[in-house]
Design a binder for this molecule. Sequence first.
Ligand code: NAD
Length: 452
Amino acid sequence: MPTELRVLNPATEELVATVPAATPADVDAAVARAATAQTAWAAAAPADRARLLRRFAAVVDAHTEELALLEVREAGHTIGNARWEAGNVRDLLDYAAGGVERLNGRQIPVPGGLDVTLLEPLGVIGVIAPWNFPMPIAAWAFAPALAAGNAVLLKPAETTPLTALRLAELALEAGLPAHLLQVLPGEGPVAGNALVEHPGVAKIVFTGSTRTGKTIMARAADQVKRLTLELGGKSPNIVFADADVEAAAAAAPMAFLDNSGQDCCARTRILVQRAVHDRFLELLAPAVEATVVGDPLDERTQMGPLISRAQLDRVRSYVPETAEAVRGKAPEGPGFWFPPTVLTGVPEDAPCAVEEIFGPVAVVLPFEDEADAIRLANATPYGLSGSIWTRDVGRALRASRAVRAGNLSVNSHSSVRYWTPFGGFRQSGLGRELGPDALTAFTETKNVFIST
Ligand code: NAD
């Protein structure tokens, strides 16, 4: 069991920091401290909780550039994306603070009495986060969890603990009580598993691969532990012949290249109606080839490196050198670079067409008609996101109803907005985050009947 985590800059392979790795004993001590802090926090006036969360948001806002630069160094994100991510944490905290004041139960008058429905905080929440959007994805969970009166133990991914640690410091600077938001950097099967198995942790919010999600679900079963799972995806980008093909082709590259394709909502299955297939490819190819890949700190850069050598090896394993493909350019190294790649002429059930690669790789598959498009769109075990490009409103509605996924967009690739619910169908997850009901997911509903 390693005693420390080594954080490498993915763009240079330079060592950025070493961080002690939490042990199960550390997790145990953290749970005890969090439980004490949570009791006082849950008893505080809602307006006081909301005020402190808004102050936390303001402190994050004041440190946007510092957080963004840290994100660039630990995750290799482009500076523009990293600034957006810090801003998203601020917005999530502000939005959750607003939710505190709306988190009321209800009363139902009935003959002979009154039913009073209470929404009680769960207690200590374990948040297990991935490396692909370290700051926002952690905040999707910790902002509403704190707002609803819980304490949070956040275990960031092994490769990206630094922004999480800094956010916890900023929480203290903003005046949040000690031990209410603690960060436990560590190995997934050690510190992460200790959170899952700890009887003092009421709920796990896990974001990561479907494989790990299944392990966590099985381990949590013994205590019937509450779970929210945000898992993998292989999302379709469906382009019908009646679409604005120029607009669809212009938007397609960044829909799978953003964050170097390390995005659970990446539109990596580009399904194009046969009548416009060749035209679409003619437009797509030069745009993919022209993608600016390189130094994440250069404001002109559109795509940075992959997170790690392991991820680079994984992506390479899906793309044989001989494959028929459109390829962009990427630096040689050091750093974990892979060029933007669009595979063509692959069978629709090839591993690269149905498995999540989590890199800058998409496939283009032709389809015949609407029914064929829907069949292909649903032909993976996932169901997270998807896009539908058409000028026909009826078709847009029919396709939106027929694609089995939690977050769809029409003539756009927007997936995650903090004010709308987000989550997956099928093996892409369980439960929803974000949106107006985000706080409720961190409460238990209790009904009290008062007899008159
Ligand atoms: P991962 O499953 O390898 O790791 C995610 C987290 O789980 C890490 O913190 C890791 O340390 C921890 N972990 C690993 N094994 C564990 C165990 N046995 N018990 C407890 N914790 C454990 O995923 P990753 O490679 O970091 O992230 C990429 C994946 O995340 C992709 O599949 C992507 O689609 C998915 N993802 C999903 C969403 C969503 O909202 N649906 C968002 C972002 C990423």
